[in-house]
Design a protein. Structure first.
Length: 230
């Protein structure tokens, strides 16, 4: 009986160590880790299927101490302006993790792109700042008025990188610029099903600079897309 208890304890210890070594999911495996319920913002009851960008910022699980900047040094020089900004962000919110932010932003990029191409406004609305949503919605409505439909398939991301960050230390608002290099297949068809743009057999290279924003230290874990560019 003693041997069985000892073996069970060892097995449990090894399981925990293995889970820690494997780390967190990328967002493609389980997007729910990065996207949550938008009702958390306004206190209203919402549809659980609704999404908001929820990169792992306010993770209540055990996190490294605030003076552990290994996540930041893995993506930029600690002495650079970007490195110093991310260090300041971690001082406000110790749970902030630059590597896991990148993983979450990758999932957000794919979800937003596909929702835009397919005209899914309900998915887009909680993910975007109002002015960005207005721009996306206008393009979607224009396509619909012209009788156009889009066949889209996300192939994958070739790379993703934090390019810059700005922190409003008084209010805790941080904006992070992400550069995405991705591949998609997009074909636009008219009302007769004829292709008027793109090619259903050709991979298109995407290169975008997107800016995500969040208030650090707040109970709201959601990030939103506030700017897009090339």
């Amino acid at each position: 009986m003693i041997e069985i208890i000892v073996l069970a304890a060892v097995a449990g210890f090894l399981f925990l160590r293995l889970r820690d070594a494997l780390g967190h999911k990328t967002g493609h495996e389980n997007p729910e880790e990065w996207f949550g319920n938008p009702s958390a913002r306004d206190g209203a009851a919402g549809d659980p299927a609704d999404k908001v960008v929820q990169f792992p910022g306010r993770d209540m699980q055990a996190q490294p101490p605030a003076d552990d900047h290994s996540d930041i040094s893995g993506v930029t020089d600690l002495e650079s302006p970007l490195g110093q900004t991310l260090i300041a962000a971690k001082a406000i919110e110790p749970e902030f993790n630059a590597v896991r932010f990148i993983e979450g932003s990758r999932a957000a990029y794919e979800m937003i792109l596909m929702a835009y191409e397919t005209g899914d406004k309900d998915t887009l609305r909680p993910l975007l700042a109002p002015d960005v949503m207005e721009s996306f919605e206008g393009a979607i409505d224009e396509r619909k008025e012209q009788g156009l439909s889009v066949d889209a398939r996300f192939i994958g991301l070739r790379s993703s990188k934090i390019m810059d960050a700005r922190l409003e230390e008084d209010g805790g608002v941080i904006q992070i610029d992400m550069r995405f290099d991705a591949e998609m297949i997009v074909a636009v068809r008219d009302a007769n099903g004829e292709i008027v743009e793109g090619d259903p057999e050709m991979v298109r290279r995407m290169n975008d600079l997107w800016t995500f924003e969040r208030t650090l230290g707040s109970d709201d874990p959601s990030w939103i897309l506030v700017e897009t560019g090339d």
